[in-house]
Design a protein. Sequence first.
Length: 228
Amino acid sequence: MSAMDPPELVASAQAEPPAVAVRAQLLATEHWSLLATRGLTWSEVMSRISIHLTVASASLVVLALVTQASGFGTAFHVLSIGLTSTVLVLGTMTGIRVHNASLDDAALVIGMNRLRAAYREMDPTLSRYLVTSWNDDAAGVMSTYTMGHDRHVVSHVVGSTSMFMTITNTIVAGTLGALIADVSGGGPAAVSILGALTGLAYLAAMLEIGRRSFGRERGDARFPSPPP
């Protein structure tokens, strides 16, 4: 109710709470809205990843054709550094989108967990039929992601789409560093070391960004998990 509503309407709403069936319908509508938003988000993310991998594959084909035509000369070095830089920029942008989508996905899971808590309040007997959690803290979100299975957080993170993009971009970043070292006249040892250091630096930066984003404990949990 808003401040602009007539006093008699406000008093009626306070005296007569909505029926359980009406509440269930409103909650179900919100639940389907969150599910649709989640599906559209990951559909868009997967399209972005497909575009990025297509560009990376096409770049390798172009480099192979240039190498057959002109060998490993100046044209190859210029084109390889340019294409690798392009793939790395596109991959980083795609990785950021995946990172943001993961944050949005966690927020959507929190919303659906709260809706399940509302279902339980209306009918406590529903608890034994629910596979996912009705707690909106970090433990509840993780329980929903794992469908109640005993899975370690490390396994969940390593197998995530965000980690997939991070490792792919790390390989590209290391390759770019090695190419630059090779063009600069470095020997095999220098090329290998600079490539490895570039890749590791990129990986460390991305992992730190992820740690800061997902490592913060939310303080707005309304339905926290019971103590073990």
